[in-house]
Design a binder for this molecule. Structure first.
Ligand SMILES: [Zn+2]
Length: 853
């Protein structure tokens, strides 16, 4: 029987408070009730705009993906000499008495030469260009022995049924364990505990350690977020919360972790966080992700959770003496609020690569936020020492668990892949499979026979999705011929994701629509809907039959094309790649005309440049049937926006200058700006008289694109469009069905949208057009959206209401307001062009006499 005690309830909400939803510059102190206050929760990302400063270690290639990856052919130890970064006395770890980032490489270099058990390798670079270190601890292996391990690993994934029958397999295979540390930069001590346990394992003469290393490989990502560790902040230097990025993989640190999980295929993993007192050890509360083999997962994860709990409690820290509460396990001790529904977190992503035990561990004593600045150094160091002990105890318990359960864990991983490859139906986990597993814990899904991805809606979008699936180790094929499935005819060249594959859970969690779970739980920890099929712009169909010959795909085929005939070219901006191509053309000085309907017209003289960008971005130009339109400038944006939005606008190739209330009050030069983007950190009422005058002058020549509560408030205070913004419940989020209503900005075409704290617009003035509306049914397809406690702000209230509106205010400013979240965490890529089209329209028509170009 599950019960939620008052103590645990408080601890979990404290953790929720300590976890801002998006990675932005770290707020010194989270706002009260940031997540739990549903009715009038504050707008997300209400922090000053602007990217955190990048440290001086930035170098060429920073943030770009390079072909890192672990060699399959080299033995162990590998004795890599890691480059040692310059000493940085300002590293935030120093105050806590912990190892600063620059101190890690020397320690690892030393450990590699002190024995034959430790190997350190660079697996990528952070957004700011810092090396990411993966340490492997294992008994020495010859190159031939390492290749044999790789062959067995492949066999487990590729031939799981045969692997399951092979009784000698487990005896020859070293069980892989993955320890991930410090993914949140200001949750430091996982790194120090990793270094401590690596040293213990490297130097111990205990025969039990020798046996452990003969039968396992222990992989440590020593600090997953060096930028955040150094700066003492949660996100990386691009402002992203890396532990929300796994289904999107927008950040290089996450792509590195993803590759480690694919290459090492761990049977168990732990992700070390802080701070929850008592130490929080997963498994989680409901809702549970429906795409896991949850019977295998909960059995092993709960067992290791209990083992870690015992190890942590055995350290002997007490409430009275140390202020340390006993450990807690959300699955056992809480009713809800700490779920494993979205696979955006490390331990919720790892199971798709075969981990049958995966945990978030939250060490107990807070040293970040206001404690970091206000507690005496002695006290901070006391806490950090205890935290390091707790994290080390969790690591030791987990490798003991893997040692003891070696064969069963390997068998569990094989079984996960076997069910996938066999295309078995989703299983309802038997009640009581572990104590307390009740009906509230049972979540299932329906796997289609296959998904078909076509270029029908957007060829670049289809290619991007296919490449994303492949990067996630999902197998994709390409149809050799025309075929029919479920009454639809698909052309040759269509992509096919056969769901009879070992990692079908990962394929499905990205490609299924998801579910509306509003009725099943009251509170969710983070997002509840993310479907790549509905949000990434490609047409994706689940089909119940599959009769087609398909060739395996290593990468999506090129998609770019131009018409053969000379003459002006039209580029329909319907995908993020189209936006990138158009911004590239504008940056090259090509004279582009905005033709309305989301189409840019490129003169015949620019054919060479168009050929280049078509090739680079895979975009398709058509013959322009009309050259009528408004000159489109290279759009220069002043953006009061959150870090994820700034990242995306820049990724799309816009020229972006971050602004905020403070920046405008300091005296901002508007002369180089075409459009003001407002979603965060700009309060019109807090602008001084001079700043307001300057803004008013800008609005006579420049446009506005705004989003969310901050955008709506700005619209009202600046007297732009006549509309009333209505707020839905603050924590409501997910994928909604939308209807395009047309409109001059062309911003409303997509059939689905992502929302978080959704808004809609009523009492529209005569000058206002509804570009997009929430569908009259639903509108939630997948996610969590209930009415507030007073019955207001639910899905029913939003039905048929305007979600995106546009118009020109009396000064002539072209304005677009979004009640959706089109740029959220760089994820809903199919919505990015909506924002881009709004920006192009706003930049092109503001100041012109045209209402529609
Ligand atoms: Zn954390």
């Amino acid at each position: 029987m599950r019960f939620a005690t008052a103590v645990l309830g408080v601890a979990v909400s404290a953790a929720l408070l300590a976890v801002p939803r998006t990675g932005t510059a770290e707020p010194a102190e989270p706002p009260p009730a940031a997540v739990r206050d549903f009715g009038n929760g504050p707008e997300r990302n209400e922090v000053a705009a602007g990217l955190p400063e990048r440290p001086g270690t930035s170098r060429a290639g920073a943030g770009t993906d390079q072909p890192y990856g672990l060699s399959r052919d080299r033995g162990y130890p590998r004795r890599t000499r890691l480059p040692v970064p310059a000493e940085n006395p300002a590293d935030a770890s120093v105050k806590l008495g912990l190892v600063p980032y620059h101190g890690i490489a020397p320690r690892l270099n030393d450990l590699q030469w002190r024995g034959d058990r430790v190997s350190a390798e660079i697996i990528g670079r952070s957004a700011a260009g810092r090396d990411l270190y993966l340490v492997t601890v294992t008994a020495p292996e010859s190159a031939a022995e390492a290749r044999e391990q790789a062959r067995i690993r492949d066999r487990i994934e590729e031939h799981p049924a045969a692997a399951a029958r092979d009784r000698k397999l487990a005896g020859r295979y070293k069980a892989p364990l993955f320890v991930n540390a410090n993914i949140h930069g200001n949750e430091w001590e996982g790194t120090d505990a990793a270094l401590r346990t690596i040293e213990e394992l490297a130097t111990s003469r205990d025969p039990e350690t020798a046996r452990l290393l003969a039968t396992t490989r222990l992989y440590f990502n020593v600090t997953a977020n060096p930028d955040g560790r150094v700066a003492g902040v949660r996100p990386n230097s691009a402002g992203f919360d890396l532990n929300r990025d796994f289904v999107t993989a927008s950040q290089p640190e996450v792509r590195a972790m993803r590759q480690v999980m694919i290459d090492t295929q761990p049977v168990a993993m732990i992700d070390l966080h802080g701070y929850v007192n008592g130490t929080l050890i997963e498994p989680t509360t409901p809702p549970h992700g429906a795409n896991y083999e949850y019977d295998l997962f909960i059995t092993h994860t709960y067992a290791n959770g209990l083992g870690m709990e015992a190890a942590v409690n055995a350290l002997g820290y007490t409430v009275e003496k140390d202020g340390v509460h006993p450990a807690q396990i959300p699955f056992r001790d809480s009713a809800e609020g700490w779920d494993d529904w979205p696979p955006i977190f490390t331990p919720q992503y790892a199971p798709f690569h075969g981990a049958v035990a995966a945990h978030t561990v939250e060490i107990p004593l807070r040293v970040n936020g206001s404690d970091y600045t206000q507690q005496p150094v002695e006290e901070l160091r006391r806490r950090s020492a205890i935290n390091t002990d707790v994290a080390a105890a969790a690591i030791r318990a987990t490798y003991g668990f893997v040692r003891a359960g070696h064969d069963q864990l390997i068998a569990g991983q094989i079984e996960v892949f076997r069910r996938g490859a066999a295309g078995e139906p989703s299983r309802a986990v038997p009640l009581g499979i572990v104590p307390g597993f009740g009906p509230e814990d049972v979540y299932t899904t329906t796997f289609p026979r296959a998904y078909v991805i076509t270029g029908e809606r957007s060829a670049p979008a289809a290619a991007r999705l296919v490449d994303h699936l492949i990067a996630n180790d999902v197998r994709v094929g390409r149809a050799r011929h025309v075929f029919r499935a479920d009454g639809t005819t698909y052309p040759a060249g269509s992509y096919v994701v056969d769901m009879r594959q070992p990692k079908r859970g990962l394929a499905n969690v990205m490609l299924e629509a998801g579910a509306d779970i509003s009725d099943r739980v009251d509170a969710m920890y983070d997002i509840s809907g993310w479907s790549h099929a509905l949000l990434w712009g490609a047409r994706v169909d689940g089909v119940t039959s599959l009769r087609v010959r398909a060739d395996p795909v290593q990468a999506a085929a090129p998609t770019g094309s131009l018409p053969r005939t000379r003459g002006p070219l039209a580029l329909q901006v319907s995908d993020a790649k189209d936006v990138m191509a158009l911004n590239d053309l504008l940056a090259r000085g090509v004279s582009v005309t905005w033709g309305g309907d989301g189409t840019a017209i490129v003169p015949a003289a620019a054919r060479q440049a168009a050929t280049t960008v078509s090739d680079r971005y895979g975009v398709r130009f058509a013959r322009a049937t009309s050259t009528h339109g408004t000159p489109l400038p290279r759009v220069r944006i002043a953006a009061a926006a959150s870090a994820d939005e700034l990242f995306t606008l820049r990724e799309l190739g816009f020229d972006v200058t971050p602004v905020s209330t403070a920046v405008l009050n300091e005296g901002f030069d508007w002369s180089g700006i075409d459009v003001l983007f407002v979603s965060s950190g700009l309060n019109h009422q807090a602008l001084d008289a001079e700043a307001r005058t300057a803004l008013d002058a800008f609005l006579a020549t420049g446009g506005v694109v705004a989003r969310g509560g901050t955008g709506a408030a700005f619209n009202a205070a600046a007297g732009l469009l006549t509309a009333t913004a209505v707020a839905g419940r603050g924590d409501a989020n997910g994928v909604v069905r939308t209807v395009s209503s047309g409109g001059p900005a062309g911003a409303g075409w997509a059939g689905h949208a992502f929302v978080y704290s959704p808004r809609w617009f009523t009492a529209l003035g005569a000058e206002v057009t509804a570009e997009q509306s929430y569908a009259a049914d639903g509108p939630l397809v997948s996610g969590h959206w209930r009415p507030g406690p007073d019955g207001a702000g639910g899905q029913d209230a939003a039905r048929g209401q305007a979600a995106v509106i546009s118009g020109r205010d009396e000064r002539g400013a072209a304005v677009v307001l979004f009640g959706t979240e089109p740029l959220f965490r760089n994820h809903p890529k199919g919505q990015f062009p909506q924002v881009a089209r709004a920006l192009y329209w706003s930049a092109a028509v503001t100041g012109s006499t045209l209402t529609t170009p």
